[in-house]
Design a protein around this ligand. Sequence first.
Ligand SMILES: [Zn+2]
Length: 293
Amino acid sequence: MLGTLRTHENTRRIERLIAMNRAKILGVTVSRQGERIIAAVRVAVARPQQAGVAQSDSTVGIDVGVRRLATVATTSEVIGELANPRALEHRLAELRRLQCQRARRTRGSRQYLETAATITRLHAQVAHLRRHTIHVVTTTLAKTHGVVVVEGLDAASLLQQKGLSGARSRRRGLSDAALGEIRRQLRYKCPWYGSRSIEADRFFPSSKTCHTCGHVQDIGWSEHWTCEECLSSHQRDDNAAINLARWAGLGSVGAPVKRGAERQTESHSAAGDDTRKGSPTPVGSNNSVRSAA
Ligand SMILES: [Zn+2]
């Protein structure tokens, strides 16, 4: 009923696959995201078997964090730190500024609507940037390492603390969403390349277990901490990534005990809930929908 659509993005790849009889279009969904109209084409593609994993005997742990997007470590050392892209940081700062600006304006006024439109556009850009970055990360991981360990379901939400305010809770929400998405993508990409993704037990205390001696202690939100037992000092994300890599070897054998206190799963704010479940499109829709209305 819509007839011919002109697309912004190049469709040659799909056309070629169809011409070679390797792909079939199942349907097209047209939706609006902020100010853009998006046509999502569902295709069934015959994937040729991919070449093997580069380092099939390597096992890595991935910590998805608030400060950095991800930390990659083997069972003994950190081998990669991935910062959030600059462009993303810029937009997040701009977003905060504009949200304050909108709050100062009269609801429904021309200026209010202008700011709201800009916010919507920024939200979409942020969502796309993050999605792109995460795709690059997961593809690289799946192609390179034999085993990739990430935090299991809900591990991130367990860390969420009540009363965490402002920027930090927003960052937390972002990293939770990133974790959910990374986990989801690894699940389907690893089998493509012949690697394996493992999700650590949700109660595995990867951040607060000393990777030198195994001592577990409460570290709160500190980025740097010193083990009470063996006095080695740790950077939170580095330590967590190493512990996660070791989880692959631990399996369920050394499953850590459940420890009470901060372990209520249910009572969390809606902040990142939908995306944390690994929904396919972690778009910053919560806010943009409101401002677009
Ligand atoms: Zn220690």
